[in-house]
Design a protein around this ligand. Structure first.
Ligand SMILES: N[C@@H](CCC(=O)N[C@@H](CS)C(=O)NCC(=O)O)C(=O)O
Length: 202
């Protein structure tokens, strides 16, 4: 059975959501962020040297990086669910969004989040870069979601799980205001049964 090392308010929500969508039983180990630094506790470092969530343990395998964990679970347990087949026309849209979430989007978005926590008087050298990337990425997201129901087409996939964590941060930062398709999409995926079931886990 998979053990999920879950950190509160973290990307491990992706893994819990995926497992709930697939109806796969797992063992949950909770780790709590330090209330002052928000960093992961030593208990997570004991599981993986990077001490970042998510981490899963499945038999002899210990794996981190949410995208890799999602792909592992799909390969091993999903039997074709939650992603297009490799010869499907939507497969590469799926792959693009799977990688976009942590590859392109995460850097400006998390930088903006951290800059908000550290905000001091005056402009920071990163302001211009971040504002440009945020506008570019979220205009692209809005245009794609104006044309399809989900990131990889008309079917909900694991790419939606990867992207939703980032859209939730963006929404808290006010970035989705004036982007109606993205806001409607976010509300729609948050209403899914599996999402609602894992909400309570924090
Ligand atoms: N790219 C990694 C990022 C992992 C990551 O930064 N996790 C954060 C939580 S969302 C974390 O563990 N932060 C606590 C810390 O760095 O101490 C992934 O997608 O898994």
């Amino acid at each position: 059975m998979i053990t999920v090392h879950h950190l509160n308010a973290s990307r491990s929500q992706r893994v819990l959501w995926l497992l709930a969508e697939l109806d796969i039983a797992y063992e949950l180990v909770n780790h709590q962020r330090d209330p002052k630094t928000q960093l992961a506790p030593e208990s997570l470092k004991a599981i993986h040297p990077l001490a970042k969530a998510p981490v899963i343990v499945d038999g002899a395998l210990t794996l981190c990086e949410s995208g890799a964990v999602v792909e592992y679970i799909l390969n091993k347990y999903a039997q074709g669910r939650l992603r297009p087949a490799i010869n499907d026309a939507n497969y590469y849209a799926y792959l693009e969004w799977m990688h976009f979430a942590e590859g392109s989007l995460s850097l400006p978005l998390i930088t903006l989040l951290f800059m908000g926590m550290e905000r001091r008087e005056g402009e920071l050298p990163m302001d211009g870069y971040v504002a440009k990337e945020i506008a570019l990425d979220f205009d692209y997201i809005e245009s794609v979601l104006s044309q399809r129901a989900y990131f990889a087409g008309e079917m909900f996939t694991a790419a939606d799980i990867m992207m939703t964590f980032m859209l939730e941060i963006a929404n808290k930062l006010g970035i989705l205001q004036g982007r109606p398709y993205t806001l409607t999409y976010l509300k729609k995926v948050q209403q899914r049964d599996a999402y609602q079931r894992v909400l309570t886990l924090g």
